[in-house]
Write a protein that binds this ligand. Structure first.
Ligand SMILES: NC(=O)c1ccc[n+]([C@@H]2O[C@H](COP(=O)([O-])OP(=O)(O)OC[C@H]3O[C@@H](n4cnc5c(N)ncnc54)[C@H](O)[C@@H]3O)[C@@H](O)[C@H]2O)c1
Length: 317
């Protein structure tokens, strides 16, 4: 992967949603690269203590409020826009709330960024939920057909990102994340968080559906490296990239990997009916991100799970 060390020296970045799971990891990496970091976060799901001890300017505010975003953008060179409601299940239960945070919030961040003359904005999109039930591996040529309000909201964000690049010259890059896992994810509701908590408490691992549904799992350090490349690489404004492992992992395989890493290979599994809005099979090709950003993942699933389990033992369980 391209060496990005020192690229942030003397530059100022706003991380929206910087107190969340990916934000807490990204902020550490950006500080390490010399960026001055400001975070805006409403602490809906994120936790301020994730940023304890870091040299970060924290703004408690809502990305849907133009004045809050305009203030937070003062003196800023680049934006990593992560703030969102990230749950497919919640988006099906309350699509209006999801639209408000993800579509209106992203529009507000883009609109204020172009008014402020920000140099680069990386938008956190999604691979699986945006593309929907296409035959994998999906890539940038796959036709987006979201099957959840969450996926639709990310498609809206990408569309405005591209339109603002063409209409106003705002240098946006959309990065479509695979399923991300790693430290600082104790508040999340994803499969790995739920499995680790169940493995610790003794409850069975619950799998919705027959266990053959699949995802593309990417360790958070690899996602943060991809975002970093999106912030600095010499790529056209309005570009879109899948940041993924390229590996298909079924839910049953994931449960087995979690049981193996934790040392409980015979821990019970319980199957329940599938949930609406969730895609069936998904994994993505990262060929374009490799060619144009120099992105390639470095952490294998078992290694990433072991690092995540160690963090859960120390901080969550
Ligand atoms: N985690 C994944 O697997 C994954 C996959 C694809 C895309 N993404 C995207 O990556 C981004 C970060 O996800 P995450 O997993 O870190 O989730 P997260 O919930 O941990 O982080 C989101 C952050 O946004 C903040 N936030 C929510 N609404 C806000 C508002 N109105 N104003 C200001 N802050 C607000 C939350 O408090 C939280 O800190 C999201 O845009 C998500 O859609 C994540």
């Amino acid at each position: 992967m391209t060496d990005n060390s020192g690229v942030g020296a003397g530059r100022r970045i706003l991380v929206t949603g910087g107190a969340g799971f990916i934000g807490a990891n990204l902020v550490r990496r950006l500080l390490g690269d010399g960026w001055s970091v400001r975070v805006v976060d409403l602490l809906v799901t994120g936790r301020k203590e994730y940023l304890d001890g870091l040299d970060v300017e924290f703004v408690a505010g809502d990305i849907r409020t133009p004045e809050v975003v305009a203030d937070a953008l003062t003196g800023i060179d680049a934006v990593a826009h992560l703030a969102a409601s990230g749950s497919v299940v919640q988006s099906v239960a309350d699509p209006a709330a999801n639209f408000s945070t993800n579509a209106i919030g992203t529009f507000t961040v883009l609109d204020q960024a172009r008014r402020a003359g920000v140099g680069r904005l990386v938008f956190s999109s999604t691979g699986g939920a945006l593309i929907g039930d296409a035959t994998p591996p999906v890539d940038e040529r796959s036709v987006p057909r979201p099957i959840s309000p969450y996926g639709a909201s990310k498609m809206v964000g990408e569309a405005y990102g591209h339109a603002f690049a063409k209409s106003y010259g705002l240098h946006t890059v959309s990065t479509r994340f695979a399923n991300v896992y790693g430290p600082y994810s104790g508040h999340k509701g994803g499969a790995i968080t739920v499995f680790f908590k169940a493995l610790h408490s003794g409850e069975p691992l619950v799998i919705y559906g027959d266990g053959k549904a699949s995802r593309d799992y990417l360790y958070v350090d690899d996602i943060c490296a991809g975002i970093q490349l999106g912030l600095t690489a010499d790529v056209p404004a309005g570009s879109v990239y899948h940041l993924a492992s390229g590996v298909e992992t079924t839910v049953t395989q994931l449960a087995d990997a979690c049981r193996r890493v934790v040392g409980k290979p015979d821990h019970p599994i319980e199957f329940r009916p599938p949930r609406p809005g969730e895609v069936n099979r998904n994994f993505a090709s990262y060929d374009l991100a490799k060619a144009e950003l120099g992105f390639s993942p470095t952490v294998e699933l078992d290694e990433g799970l072991a690092r995540t389990w160690d963090w859960y033992l120390a901080h969550v369980l």
